[in-house]
Design a protein around this ligand. Structure first.
Ligand SMILES: [Zn+2]
Length: 176
């Protein structure tokens, strides 16, 4: 008998050399042969794709933030995959991410970015970059960084210090 074996590709990296396993919508290994799995995922992408984001933020982990739906998160993870270099990249700085070491400065984390109209976007961002950016919006971060560089010296120009003060005092999402 001629049995056809269909090799499925991972829904995240779409890498043909990696074997994908079937998963249910909640991330359990798919066993029910009568129903198609919700998702195909390789072992490399699984821990990131099915990571459960923590909705608690802030110093005492007391602040609740919106977390992405599974579909929104899959999209972010897919978008962060670099198919040419075969790695995941930070969606803010493009540094290659290390999925294996949770303590790595380049371990992927969930970042909330806001559009000009205030809609939330979910990004995959290197842990250290996420910490640096903190509660700043992307445009605030972009404004603050060059000013911080100019102020990081013994006698910074007063106009740069003033400029940085202005940016800091106007932070929109800053909450502690
Ligand atoms: Zn994959």
């Amino acid at each position: 008998m001629n049995r056809r074996v269909v090799i499925q590709t991972c829904n995240i990296c779409k890498d043909k050399d990696r074997r994908a396993k079937g998963y249910t919508a909640t991330g359990q290994v798919w066993k029910n042969e009568s129903k198609a799995p919700s998702f195909w995922c390789c072992d490399q992408c699984y821990p990131l794709a099915f990571r459960k984001p923590n909705p608690k933020r802030g110093r005492g982990r007391t602040r609740r933030v919106r977390i992405p739906t599974r579909e929104q998160w899959f999209k972010s993870v897919r978008d962060s995959w670099d198919s040419r270099r075969h790695c995941f990249r930070c969606q803010i700085t493009h540094v290659a991410l290390d999925l294996k070491n949770k303590k790595s400065p380049v371990y992927p984390t969930l970042e909330h970015a806001y559009t000009r109209k205030g809609a939330v976007r979910f990004l995959v961002v290197a842990s250290a970059i996420n910490d640096m950016k903190s509660d700043l919006t992307l445009s605030e971060f972009r404004k603050a960084i060059p000013l911080v560089c100019k102020c990081l010296k013994r006698n910074p120009h007063a106009k740069h210090v003033k400029g940085l003060e202005k940016v800091l005092k106007k932070l929109k999402q800053w909450r502690r």
